[in-house]
Ligand binder design. Structure first.
Ligand code: UTP
Length: 293
């Protein structure tokens, strides 16, 4: 079998971000920073480090800042150059020369509908789908599932283990072990299960999909939520094509609401070369204070 390289990625970013109101009333949630870097830049960097060459971002109304962020900013660059601020200039320009393409979802009709907008860009190629709410810390999850796809040539859904008490908040995968460590066969997917599901593996916002997904998405009706759900398309796909789940061993943060963003911000502050020196002692002091209360 010749090796299939996944070179295209899709990042849907057209959602309304209502869980993060009021911050998202006038600002795209993807632009909200983790410390000093917009959440979507983490996603783009992960994709590029995984070998992706072209990225399609699905935007929508009020998301212009995303395009501006990945564009050149001439005035800012001239200003930093004139002042000899080389380090800042590097930060301001490192996101300007990437192969990022855009298309707009005119109505926020759900993740499945957003993915459908990638059909022309994808053509006949397999692709990486990354959801902007899901940030990872550790090994490059996109690279891991790209490598798995190259070996198996089957749709891959990345998963993470969540607290069994919290499964009702996630899309949960019903799975069966395979002979390969961390790789499972997907038997079913349940969006926010109210009863205790058979596993605690949640979909982690990274997928390797094949173009077959588009014809399934095209046939799907808008669900009870008024949205076209990607999960529904994957359940349909599973009837005719085996789906794999890959269990991520690193840390996973959901930054689509304030609590998740705060947790991610604290952890990434501990990693940040210019922030950690002051922040770690601050956190330690805070922890001592709480212990003594
Ligand atoms: P979410 O379920 O987080 O929806 O979407 P949302 O609208 O962004 O946020 P809330 O729930 O209102 O707070 C998961 C991913 O799918 C994208 C989002 O941008 C996010 O990356 N999405 C969702 C779209 O691109 N279009 C949609 O119509 C819905």
């Amino acid at each position: 079998m010749t090796k299939v390289q996944v070179k295209k990625a899709v990042i849907p970013a057209a959602g309304l971000g209502t869980r993060f109101l009021p911050a998202t009333k006038a600002i795209a949630k993807e632009i909200l920073p983790i410390i000093d870097k917009p959440a979507i830049q983490f996603i783009v960097e992960e994709a590029i480090a995984a070998g992706i060459e072209d990225i399609l971002i699905i935007t929508g109304k009020g998301k212009q800042e995303i395009e501006d962020h990945f564009d050149a900013n001439f005035t800012l660059e001239q200003n930093l150059k004139a002042k000899g601020k080389e380090k800042l200039l590097k930060l301001a320009t490192e996101t300007s020369n990437l192969n990022i393409h855009y298309t707009r979802q005119h109505h926020p009709r759900g993740l499945g509908d957003a993915v459908r907008h990638a059909k022309a860009f994808i053509g006949n190629d397999p692709f990486l789908l990354l959801l902007g709410d899901d940030i990872i810390r550790g090994e490059n999850l996109s690279k891991q599932i790209i490598d798995l796809y190259a070996k198996k040539r089957q749709t891959v859904i990345a998963g993470v283990r969540v607290d069994p008490d919290k499964t009702k908040n996630y899309g949960i995968l019903a799975i069966e072990k395979t002979a390969t460590p961390h790789v499972f066969q997907v038997l079913d997917m349940i969006e926010k299960p109210q009863d205790q599901p058979s596993s605690n593996m949640a979909a982690a916002g990274r997928y390797i999909l094949e173009p077959t997904i588009f014809s399934i998405l095209d046939q799907l009706e808008v669900g009870a939520t008024g949205e076209v759900e990607l999960t529904d398309a994957l359940i349909e796909l599973q009837k005719t094509h085996p789906l794999l789940a890959y269990e991520y061993q690193g840390e996973w943060f959901e930054v689509g609401d304030a609590k998740g963003m705060l947790k991610a911000s604290i952890i990434f502050a501990i990693d940040h070369p210019e922030v950690k020196e002051e922040f770690i002692p601050y956190l330690k002091n805070l922890a001592e204070k709480f212990e003594n209360e």
